[in-house]
Write a new protein. Structure first.
Lengths: 218, 218
DNA sequence: GGATGGGTCAATGTATACAAGAAGGTTGAC
DNA sequence: GTCAACCTTCTTGTATACATTGACCCATCC
């Protein structure tokens, strides 16, 4: 089945917003973009609405579409929510996780270890993602899984950056192991706390990263 | 500022879906609806996309828009998530809530007590909503507040039904008081647990209500 | 008689044309 | 000289026309 052009365009624009090609507040001109993509304004407008749905652009009536990059405050808020949501996933997963899923988590952690040893952030990131996705799924709540994945996706570019910090990969892996232990023991509270801390640290690391970048710019 | 027609139509359709005018699986014919609302297909399609964003309709490419009422399983999942999300709000609010907000909560509970005494579910519902909304806000996380309100809104019609069950209003108020006590004491865990239980019970009540209706229909 | 293939039809996806509103510039008056 | 109002222009919102595709039905072949 061929995808609709609106979806293709929305994906392309989303990529550009994440990439930083478009800065916060930039206006997305409908005619310019439609010419660029070689389509009419109709599918492009649909794409913009899809982006507005994800809060990536703001649609001001009669004014146009404006890129809306989350500011530092909103990002911290999102990280806090992500930490709490992951804690919820952990709480539920501790009671519901299957043995095969536990084996998968062990496997993901093993590959993460390899990534740490080889100092390969990209590999670590991929297996880290798998680790978390497994927990989302094993929470046994499809609605929760979908919403969590959506938020995870929105924070993805920021989550990725902080892996470059020295020693963060090894620390992250240690946290993964604690999470896995709690899940294996079926300890809901421990799993929730471990996951909350794991993600909250990411937010803090990101915050310090932001501060560093800001200071460097001044 | 005049609202865009797409928004007006989206609201109208949303209302109909909630009202049960449209059943699950109903196809929303673009031309028929556009004639009904006296607009062209363009704003109507935008309205459908806005509904698809809220998961109220499913947009199948080349097939059309179909009403997508959540089934019993998905509803239970949503109630479970609502319970956990409210618990998160309670956890954060316990540390951050202001004195004026605590006073507002007392006031809301007082009005709820009046509603219980007078056996007025509508009044109770209004003050109950205020009670919960205050907690969402006092969690001190704008992103969390927005997302929580969205989910709250989606569950609103189902939440409302179960207030009709005998004795539920009084029980609900007792739970409110426990929540308020935990918040006043700044006890995060107690607040989280109280709120989780409070909402989870709503899900269970709703479940039994569903079962009753289903049995009555057979 | 059943199944498969082609054709027709209807509905969605896309393009374009038109209307309405907002922003900015220019001109006139005080 | 400055402020305000009007006009122009550009952009968004809406309507309509066209294209494309999926579904259904009938006919023909096995």
């Amino acid at each position: 089945m061929e995808k609709r052009r609106a979806d293709i365009i929305a994906d392309a624009l989303e990529e550009r917003i994440f990439n930083g090609t478009y800065a916060d507040g930039d206006r997305l001109d409908e005619v310019r973009l439609s010419e660029h993509f070689g389509v009419s304004r109709t599918p492009l407008r649909e794409a913009l609405q899809r982006l507005a749905r994800s809060q990536l652009v703001e649609l001001v009536p009669r004014r146009g579409a404006f890129v809306r990059q989350p500011g530092p405050v909103e990002l911290m808020e999102m990280f806090e929510v992500m930490a709490e949501v992951e804690a919820v996933c952990g709480r539920l997963a501790a009671k519901r996780i299957s043995d095969t899923a536990l084996a998968d988590l062990h496997d993901a952690n093993h590959k993460c270890q390899i990534a740490v040893d080889a100092q390969e952030p990209d590999l670590y990131y991929a297996e880290n993602e798998r680790f978390h996705k497994i927990i989302y799924r094993e929470a046994g709540n499809g609605f929760l899984e979908t919403e969590t994945c959506n938020l995870h996706r929105r924070l993805q570019p920021y989550r990725r950056q902080q892996l470059r910090l020295r020693g963060r990969m090894a620390q992250s892996l240690a946290e993964h192991k604690a999470i896995l232990t709690a899940l294996e023991q079926g300890d809901s509270e421990a799993a929730a706390n471990a996951l909350r801390g794991h993600v909250a640290i990411q937010g803090e690391k990101f915050h310090s990263l932001m501060a560093t970048l800001k200071n460097a710019a001044e």
